[in-house]
Design a protein around this ligand. Structure first.
Ligand SMILES: C[S@@+](CC[C@H](N)C(=O)[O-])C[C@H]1O[C@@H](n2cnc3c(N)ncnc32)[C@H](O)[C@@H]1O
Length: 275
């Protein structure tokens, strides 16, 4: 059902979540160690790389990017003004451009960037095929894309909750999305917080690919127009459905917080015991 895989619902979700995101939510699910390991897939090997961070939010991933790339070369894009307002308050990101916009309709010309990074945003995109095609379009030939996101859980109960909440692609789906958009050398590497134990599937992946040099591959087909637009007028029934999806989706998402908190406490306690 994927209650929050919609733009309006995600907008309201982050209207609320932005208040506690950096302090209470992110540290459980997306840590500096995970970020550093994941960013290796973006090959940020030159400080002058023009880098786009899509779904940049409060700028946690961008803070990792600016350790490798000059902040003035980095553009942050997000559809949530509330998340971007938090990023604006961070001194280390002051020189990054901040753009309000949609991952599925990037407000940039073709071949404008050397690197495309998106972490923890694909879950909310109603049309991920289109968003990945947009990543391909705005990259110059030879440019590299990195998409970090969660993987569909193996535990049937957790999977049900995840499926109700938002998009958790399988590893094969990440691969398919990047390949279908025209990326080559697609590679996946697992990412997980210290409390994650399941040997069955990774917690999340850092999926990367390179846009082939000009002329070495047929151009990817032009993406279809976005299926949803943030701010599109809602009629009576749709308003009720949106409110329901926002409330139920937020609840499903909120259930992951105590679950992760308990597992994180257990991991900390075990580490202390064996120290
Ligand atoms: C889990 S947060 C990740 C933020 C950041 N990348 C980080 O590492 O902390 C997901 C972000 O994706 C943004 N988002 C969701 N759908 C989007 C869309 N269609 N276009 C742009 N941003 C989107 C949300 O507003 C939110 O800030």
């Amino acid at each position: 059902m994927r209650l929050l895989q919609h733009k309006t619902e995600a907008y309201w979700f982050y209207r609320v979540l932005s208040l506690v995101y950096d302090r209470w939510v992110n540290p459980l699910f997306w840590t500096p160690a995970m970020r550093e390991a994941a960013l290796a897939g973006a090959a940020l090997d030159d400080r002058s790389l023009r880098t786009l961070d899509v779904g940049a939010g409060t700028g946690f991933t961008t803070e990792g990017i600016v350790e490798h790339v000059d902040a003035a070369c980095v553009t942050m894009l997000d559809q949530s003004p509330h998340q971007l307002a938090r990023a604006r308050a961070k001194d280390g990101l002051a020189r990054c451009a901040k753009v309000l916009g949609d991952a599925e309709a990037l407000p940039f010309g073709d071949a404008q960037f050397d690197r495309y990074v998106s972490a923890g945003s694909i879950e909310y995109w109603p049309d991920p095929e289109r968003a990945v095609a947009e990543a391909h379009r705005v990259l110059r030939p030879g440019g590299r894309a990195l998409i970090v996101g969660p993987v569909r859980p193996a535990n049937p109960l957790v999977r049900r909750l995840a499926d109700a909440w938002m998009l958790f692609p399988s590893e094969a789906e990440y691969r398919r999305l990047l390949t279908a958009a025209g990326f080559a050398d697609v590679a996946l590497s697992p990412v997980a917080p210290a409390w994650y134990r399941s040997p069955r599937v990774p917690y999340g992946v850092a999926a990367s690919g390179t846009k082939p040099a000009a002329g070495s591959a047929p151009p990817a087909p032009a993406p279809a127009p976005p299926r949803e637009r943030l701010g599109a007028p809602l009629r009576g029934g749709e308003r009720v459905r949106t409110a329901f999806r926002f409330a139920a989706g937020s609840l499903a998402g909120a259930l992951f917080v105590p679950l992760a908190a308990v597992l994180a406490l257990r991991e900390r306690w075990e580490r202390r015991r064996t120290a």
